[in-house]
Design a protein around this ligand. Sequence first.
Ligand code: ARG
Length: 463
Amino acid sequence: MAKMWAGRFRKETDAMVNDFNSSIAFDRRLYREDIEGSQAHAAMLAKQGIISEEDAAAIADGLRSILEDLDAGKIDLPPEKYEDIHMAVEQLLTERIGDAGKRLHTARSRNDQVALDMRLYVLREAREIMDLTLDFIRVLLRKARENLHTVMPGYTHLQRAQPITFAHHLLAYAHMFRRDAIRLDTCMRIMRECPLGSGALAGTTYPIDRFAVSDRLGMIAPTQNSLDGVSDRDYCIELCADLSILMMHLSRLSEEVVAWCSWEFKFVELDDAYSTGSSIMPQKKNPDVCELVRGKTGRVYGSLIALLTVMKGLPLAYNKDMQEDKEAVFDAVDTVKMCLRVIAPMFETMTVLAENMKKAAYRGFINATDCADYLTKKGVPFRDAYKATGTLVARCIELDTTLDALPIEEYRAVSDQFGEDVYQAIDLAACVAGRRSMGGPAPEEVERQIETMERLLKEARPQ
Ligand code: ARG
């Protein structure tokens, strides 16, 4: 099959080289963006008098029919016939409308074409992933609302540290995902420049109107430099960087759910529909969804590193290496969308075992800081209060008891500043309720955080 660029060649491409070179198997997913870009380009060419209105109309109709047929799955795109999606659309167009189809590529190169297609694709997907992220935040906020008073131990070094609530813990994640959404929004803003019109690398001698094309495609402005326009893949890298951070957050949360599902914690129980069994151990109920999200984080990091590595040594302008951007970006996008889609309902349907969280909170002396604060508020210097409480904790361990159950005589033996009201001061619900400092776990403070975030979500903007 003769290539579109066959003119200067005397031999056909080797079959293996053809397969190696061809990207149609994966870049076919860009057909909508490719056709959208071509529609804008053809309309501009006609407006500028570079092609005739009749040719432009034939091109517009032809492209529309190709789009319909591709949408309907009516067109086969075998690699023996088509090198990539850009050539495929042009070839199909020429088959359908004849010579007018051959005029479409005037004042354009595949280099600016592919740069545009990828930008349009990345913009669309970034928007979708941002929306999925906002949906997941909504799930977290709903769960948080139900658990404003669910006391659990907060950890440092995975050691029980201070009392918090499950709502407070979830809000921490909601804020991470809010920043992820902001990052995607910013990434979209930066990339909204239109490279079409950069040509192969050095612009064109035709009197094109790059602003018209940029406007029609919903971009902010044309790219300013034609070399940069065709060489830049920052937007792919930035998307993958943002997705890597998002996955890192999803992975941390997944890791926690895996721990919470274990018999050692038993803080939550996953719905049967979102967990899996073992082929040999009948008792098992495994958090596979979380483990897969955690595992797939590695794939997304892989895409980011692949792109950074592909780009790091490339001279300007286009190099075929850059064709490698597609599968990395596509895989990252597919993976993140799948993870967000599956983790949201898994979370929504998960049962919170508040009693177990509370039981864990009662062991581990997580009210020791509050006990020291009690003494400090009575005028004892914090360091002395800290030491006195440490002695009490050691005594509790000796007696196998908790600060709440330790008799008042034991307290008095350590400091005469202790009164009966110490039990009220170290009561877990009181410890949580007292942490009203901004950002703290007190129920009304967490409620404030939820309301602030709900307002942001209503505006459908992450910030
Ligand atoms: N399939 C190519 C890619 O994805 C399109 C650009 C080809 N340009 C070129 N000069 N060979 O990068």
